[in-house]
Design a protein around this ligand. Sequence first.
Ligand SMILES: Nc1ncnc2c1ncn2[C@@H]1O[C@H](COP(=O)(O)OP(=O)(O)OP(=O)(O)O)[C@@H](O)[C@H]1O
Ligand SMILES: [Mg+2]
Length: 370
Amino acid sequence: MFRFFSKKIYEIEPDAFGLDISDESFKFAQLRKKKHSLALTAFGAGGFSKELIDDGEIKKEDNVVAIIKKALVNPQYGRVTTRHVVCSLPEEHSFTRVVQLPKMDVTEVGEAIKWEIEQNIPLSINDVYYDWQFVASDQKNIPHQDILISAAPKKLIDGYVSVMKKCGLIVKSLEVESVAVSRALVKGLKTDGPVLLVDMGATRTSFIIFSGSVPQFTSSIPLAGKKMIGAIASVFSVNEEEARKLFFDVGLDKIPHDGKVYATLEPIIKDLAEQIRSYISFYESHSMHEHEHPGAVAVQKVLLSGGVSNLSGLNMYLALALRIPVETGNPWVNILQEPLREVPELSYRKSLGYTTVLGLALSGMQKTSL
Ligand SMILES: Nc1ncnc2c1ncn2[C@@H]1O[C@H](COP(=O)(O)OP(=O)(O)OP(=O)(O)O)[C@@H](O)[C@H]1O
Ligand SMILES: [Mg+2]
């Protein structure tokens, strides 16, 4: 997605590393081709203080640049050996949608896409960058075609591109978080029916309905780890560090501390489960993109990722609340040979928080857009 930044410049697409920028943190990772799989050659992470990026918008560019530059030359493991980068775009300001159009030629599609974008986002078409691509279908004789659209405000993208430039990096592409998460978690980037990916980070939880070969619907809510840890800090009157420890160690276990941690977290997780349920219902009742698998609109399972997917008892709670299978995803599924799900340098549990950046790093090794 958003490859137009590099399209005209390169004859041969360069390999790139991935850089995931969140409101309060960033992560980077680089992969290398091996004979039958890929290998992780570098990764690292760092934090931003609160006022530098707000809701995905870069507010203090020079500070952000200085922090990223410093971290890139000092990874937690390995060495970053390229200046080419695939960088994430925040979900909450981006628009990703599959639209269905009658069969028409490329120029007509271009016009129809403009119209679709104008209908769906509260911005003028002149204020956004957008990109689109045909979605491959196994079925030949259908009268329409699916098209994946991504759009994001120019102001936002210009901010990210400017930061990359000032870091001495060359943007290969910009990828909306949901596309990166899908690329990391969905094996071969193909499913038989709809699967809901839920990436739970520190500040945001993203919902992605992936079906066929693309994310069909995406959205993001500000209910995530920070709120949960904040609730524990307030109930137990402890600082953030102690609250985080309780969060990590106890999670949804009902026994320790007379069930007080559970009682604090349960209403928040219940709210999350309700939001997931209504998201699934919305998709199932509005789905019209299922000609690949007629009738198969029921979401088959939920795959969790992001740091909070480590929370003990979360899978079980959500599975009971949603009455569909809930599994923790494997962000290495398209990188390593199965059944591997970690490398010595980055454990499985830790790598769940690296899902987005592993998806970006994978994109950096590929020659086509999705
Ligand atoms: N073992 C664990 N148990 C429970 N929660 C954990 C664990 N490890 C990390 N977390 C939580 O995961 C969150 C960080 O997840 P992640 O790295 O996916 O977020 P992020 O990408 O930085 O943030 P965001 O995507 O929301 O901007 C933090 O709230 C952290 O407390
Ligand atoms: Mg994240």
